[in-house]
Design a protein around this ligand. Structure first.
Ligand code: SF4
Length: 232
């Protein structure tokens, strides 16, 4: 498993060259690997992420944000992982660079058979890159479903409100679900369903009992008393 972090400025050690940055995880995980093998892997991975291998002696400050994120991805790929946690990997980048990095991640996924857990607040990115989506509110899972099903028929009231906030040029009047109140503080979570103070469908049970994530149809899981009781 490897991880790609949100901020490509903070996640690379400014005192290490690209080569040192890429070498470190490989040598740590493969104690007997030869120098030649490491060098070959560095060149291959740099080519794959679109960074010129002749720049291996450069330091992070000599690269743009997009190039740094490519180097972070290269660092993750160096140990040939099966699973990568990508924590908001494009949200610190310009929109044009975001598309390049997303395409790079999707190409790497196809070529290497990778699985990503992709954490983001950007719903267009979610729709573009995901196979399955898990929606969270205040640290709790609300809904887990295949991407097409989730975007076409969201079941949890929070997912419905979230998706209704996506601007739609064909639906200007819109069916935007306006939520009342503020998000409660995560250090003092409300009892029961954490969404109950803002949910238009909350009842007395919602205020005292935490809803379990249950499979309501094949591949779709929802944590909501209203859905479980058939009210929603
Ligand atoms: S459990 Fe109750 S409060 Fe929570 S989302 Fe469902 S209906 Fe709303």
């Amino acid at each position: 498993m490897q991880m790609i972090f949100q901020d490509p400025y903070a996640s690379l050690n400014p005192r290490m060259t690209v080569e040192q940055t890429l070498n470190e995880p490989v040598k740590f995980h493969n104690r007997n690997i030869s120098e030649n093998e490491v060098k070959k892997r560095v060149v291959d991975v740099m080519r794959q992420v679109g960074v010129d291998p002749s720049w291996v002696d450069r330091y992070p400050h000599e690269f743009s944000g997009g190039q740094r994120q490519r180097i972070s991805i290269a660092r993750a790929l160096m140990v040939d992982p099966e699973f990568i946690v990508a924590d908001e990997p494009v949200s610190a980048l310009d929109v044009s660079i975001q598309a390049q990095i997303l395409n790079l991640l999707m190409d790497a996924q196809e070529q290497r058979g990778l699985t990503y857990m992709f954490i983001t607040h950007d719903l267009s990115v979610v729709r573009h890159i995901s196979t399955r989506v898990a929606v969270m509110y205040l640290g709790r899972l609300c809904e887990l479903a295949r991407t097409v099903e989730l975007f076409e028929s969201p079941r949890h009231p929070y997912t419905q409100a979230l998706l209704s906030a996506i601007p739609d040029i064909h639906n200007r009047k819109g069916a935007h679900v306006k939520l009342k109140g503020e998000v409660p503080t995560p250090i003092n979570l409300p009892p029961g369903c954490v969404f109950h103070s803002r949910c238009p469908f909350a009842n007395e049970r919602c205020m005292r009992e935490i809803p379990e994530l249950i499979e309501i149809e094949s591949g779709t899981f929802v944590a909501c008393h209203g859905v479980e009781e058939g009210r929603l």
